[in-house]
Design a protein around this ligand. Sequence first.
Ligand code: NAI
Length: 396
Amino acid sequence: MIIEPKTRGFICLTAHPTGCEQNVLNQIEYVKQRPIKNGPKKVLVIGASTGFGLASRITAAYGSNAASIGAFFEKPPSEGRPASPGWYNSAAFETQAHKDGLYAKSINGDAFSNEIKKQTIDLIKADLGDIDLLVYSLASPVRTHPETGERFKSVLKPIGQTFTDNTVDFHTGEVKEISIAPGTEDDIKNTVAVMGGEDWQMWIDALKSAGVLSEDFKTVAYSYIGPSLTEAVYRKGTIGRAKDHLEATAFKITDALKDINGQAYVSVNKALVTQASSAIPVIPLYISLLYKVMKEEGVHEGCIEQIERLFNARLYAENLELDDAGRIRIDDWEMRDDIQAKVLELWKQATTETLPNIGDLKGYETDFYNLFGFKVDGVDYDKDVNEMVDIPGLQE
Ligand code: NAI
């Protein structure tokens, strides 16, 4: 079939298998040139199909020859209906990994559930024995608690007072003011339940009790801080409370891993266009200005550049520097004073008329379409493509 993008607000309902494949191949090529010394060998990635998780899986596999199990929640294709992009990404990754002699298997289902944890542990036991790295890169709007059955919904709201500022609809380029009413105590509780550290801890507890964590095991989860511009709605908002919880959980996990000399880290990453971030109000305007400034300064990175740097210059480097709160920082270039001063200056000038010149709206839009395999260089979108793609290592 011929597959075209069908967008609804900040999501795209279709995905292109060839475009997704090309994105994955480009990421593989990038990492192959940058091998990791003493990198991971047996890796589990939760949230492995898109964004930072996919980049983590590719970096471990192609930077360090690691065997990888990827867990994710993606929609398979049906006749005439393309799969979700993470499905095609995972298919492309595993097809290539198998050609290159790398172990790669996947589990598609709700990683918050006990069933998926058990299935993953059984697979590790059967095929790998143990793992030496777990990357926790899950981003979800909802979670059903595995013990109580309660369903939590995360929200992106400020706390305490209404937040009012500009945002951009990147489809139309219109810059307009939005106001978001503050979240309630329940909103905070729900968001922490979905995006906080409880599920990460549950994974570690389950893996450790099953005896499938190696000596010197490491685990890393991803967080975000960002500038004062987005603070009210991000770091000091409901999602920020969840990130506080995630960061606190790293210390608890490290304590629980003492006997195997294990270590849990949180890495603070850069703001990037992913399916998760395009849903956050204000962030698209911030990102389009940030991209412009970082590209001009020659320090722009995408997911793969960020994660390759995380592995090579932080996690597996000889000296791992942490910030005052014990976190890894690879948002260091985003947060540079000169970069942030320029973004703030541009923010004040941003209107529907000025943004095409002062911001990188095109870059934002291209990245957004790329997430779904569209507008990828070198792909012929007029060519008929088979939507029915299998993931070769998918576990039933
Ligand atoms: P993403 O939307 O690209 O990826 C989310 C992943 O989670 C996908 O693999 C998806 O299949 C999986 N997933 C969602 N629900 C699931 C479920 N119930 N069971 C199993 N898998 C499930 O998101 P992105 O942006 O890569 O986010 C990953 C982490 O990085 C999040 O913690 C996010 O807060 C963090 N982060 C993101 C930044 C950004 O600008 N995008 C910046 C800094 C941190």
